[in-house]
Design a protein around this ligand. Sequence first.
Ligand SMILES: [Zn+2]
Length: 503
Amino acid sequence: MAALNLGAMNRREVLQLGAACGIGVSLGDVFLPNQSITAASASEAAVHEKPPIQTRMFWTWDHSTEWALNRLGAHTHGSCNEYGRTTQSFIDDYTALFRWCGRNNVDAVVVWGLLRDGHGGLESAKRLCDVAAKENVRLLCGVGLNAYGGVYYEGDSPYNLERHLQAHPELYAVDAEGNSTNFSIDAIGTRVRLANTSTPGPRGFYHACPSRMENQEFAVESLKWLFRNLELGGVQIETGDTGVCQCPLCRDRRKHPADTFSWEDMALMYPLAAEAVRSVAPDAWIVCETYSHPEPYTGPKVAPGFGDGKAAWADESLTKFPRGAFVQWVADRYLRQADPDRVWTDKGQVSCDGLRHVMRAHVGTDWGWGAFRGEVALEWISKLVQQSVSSGFEGISLFGEVSPFHTGAELNYLALSDLGSANNPTSDQAVFEERIAGPLLGGHSHAIDFVRFAGLLDARFPNRRTEIPAAISSIYSRLPLLSPEVGRRWCWLANQLASFVYG
Ligand SMILES: [Zn+2]
């Protein structure tokens, strides 16, 4: 009888085998170096159906990713910031991140700001491609097609969108009055309009008109250059959600309203981008952002905004998305808000008509919706995965900028790895707490206490914070009974709680 030599296969090949055979392969259980099992024993091991979640991703900005500890310069919030760390920190941050992913069943990492002069440009990115490949993790370059810097996010490169637009000012996006849509934004969200030239200091937002053939060709050539020069696992592409061009060409092209982003711009640009990428790298993953939740939007805005439900005309655009691509949606407004007008119902299903769907949430970050960086977000992640699975999703994406040294992030990441897997197909938080969190925190009952104490910071229940001093005393009293590594995790929680009542 033929033997399946799992030891000779990489992690992705094993997963593909599992999916192809309808076998839920649990790497933690069965994938050991040089291990060989017979087809008969493989059948015996196939106690689960195909796992509900097939794809797990992290989403990151380079400037906020901080996996190499005790280094200067990381931001704790935001997008499009300047990069404040060293080139070595950039390499070390993502090396640690890819290694963790390779060992914990996370398939891909989106890096926004991958190519910048400030952290080594192409050479640093090449080094990270090598690390990611070694760990069997796909490095996905974040690429703005009409915004967000293009392929080469910041620097003196012909493939930087700002440089392209500076050289061709007639190709900038404009508002309905014909004025520039470029702006900068401060820490409290105040926008300052920018002229059609780049400015030093904090990064500005610059937009290209998608209707102009020259901009389409620029995006295509940039993507071909990217994949000819880097062994990437793929791209996450966006058309921009900070304003759309309202020039006569764009207005005449669109049949439907567009404010902060446009479904019709996506339908125009994503197929061009996918074709360019696949012409060089046929197996690259292509993740197409929608800025939307799949629940049908019912108003009151003329065009739904970021995180709102799906526009009535979105399905027409989705038929034009490149087949075989991932479509990425955003969950938060329907996940963390107790808003009766934003409930994820059976109408919020996605169709797998040649597309693969990924749901993303901003849990564990400072990106609003009551969250904070590194929070323990198990309740939300469980709900996210359960609702996503029941709505037709195969993939989940979380922010991955915080080091798992911080126990909140560690538990969130391990939940991403576990929920919806063959070991936890119902995405049961209690199962995760017993099987995964328990051994890390001193036992099952300790894990339950840990999650309960972390819940004292839940923004929905501000009165719970009066219980923090008692919780801290409880934590200190159990430390002598715990191993140093388990105790370290509890110390993280004690200090996290204390920081919210200090002073
Ligand atoms: Zn335009």
